[in-house]
Design a protein around this ligand. Sequence first.
Ligand code: URA
Length: 441
Amino acid sequence: MHMYDLIMKKRNGGHLSEEEIRYMVKGFTQGEIPDYQMAAMLMAIYYKGMNQEETLALTMEMAYSGEFMDLSAIHGVKVDKHSTGGVGDKATLVVGPMVAACGVPVAKMSGRGLGHTGGTIDKLESLEGFRTALGEEEFIHQVNNIHMALASQTVNLAPADKKIYALRDVTATVDSIPLIASSIMSKKLASGADAIVLDVKVGSGAFMKEEKSAIALAQEMIRIGIGAGRDMVAVITDMDEPLGYAVGNALEVKEAIETLDGGGSKDLLELSYVLGSYMLLKAKRTESLEEARAMLEEAVESKRALKKFKEFVKSQGGSLECVENTSKFPKPSIVMDVLADSSGFVEKINASQVGRVAMILGGGRATKESQLDLKVGVVLHKKVGDKVEKEDCIATLYANDLEQLKEAKELLEKSYSFSIRPTSKNILIKWIVTKNGARKA
Ligand code: URA
């Protein structure tokens, strides 16, 4: 078998066999297939797509390139939640403690990731002393003990995906349905959960810009998960504006804590209730979504979810000082308000550009080697549908460098579009996708 022939086959619209996909993934992971050939193949897949059999074969090959987590020592049904990625998405930090406070085990491996801000793991590291590298035994012990653990590494998950993703990231081949579906599902299958609740983002700040393609991505992932014996559901949610108000690592942790404490952001809380309700249902903790939601609401209102977050932070060595009093989160050297230059109603906020603002300020990684500045970012004060008077503060920028601040401010101002007429709020929860199809939420 030769990689050249496989590239040509895919370029001409052919289908790769399981054996050919195995050859390609193994060869590339072991360094026998060079980057330039794999890059050509990824671009061919980007344009010609993959059918269901090819996507499944690619997923399984990447999943089996590393170890599988064995979660059998954790009591109860293990439910994972995964977002396809968006700007200001700190939902795991809210849903996790809520669900754990209802007695359902949350055993989550999370990434650092490239992008506008760090991944969940980076965000949590803004709490002093927080340890993310847990061994398998400690991870399982913690979940059995307090129902929640979030780790960056316990076993080596899907190393083939890691290598292929790094190449996709620099060859403009990330936003392809079969490549995203196989990448996410290879890691999800290897991390060992019995059921998976997917949050598939759609809009200007997501990989999928159209609802139709977000539904297609969700259906592909559900098909793969069901095929591998997992219980699956996907919720298609808005990413046409950032989730909540904060974009930036420490700023997002602060917003998550405030949301668990009854303040914070209404859209973040609503999304967390919806995802959490499906998690309780899939974990067989309740028999209906209504009952699940009532349990979650009780966990938040009674502050048991916040207490669970504290327990989780303490177990992983993090300081509770900023959790107990969020005004203690260290601030960067410059904090600047951005004012509206006219009155009107917010019509759009380009989520991807707001993400870029956080990245310019140093909150995201441009390359794997980039050092994150966990304190910087942006907090929006106006969201789509809000009325704005001239000179109102629309956002606050948190920066450590004047040049970066100037560039970020210009981009932030361009991210907002205003209308002189009242505008409506974005619909947050758009579709529910199951193995039986998609229905409007
Ligand atoms: N997240 C992943 O893990 N993989 C992708 O391809 C896209 C988002």
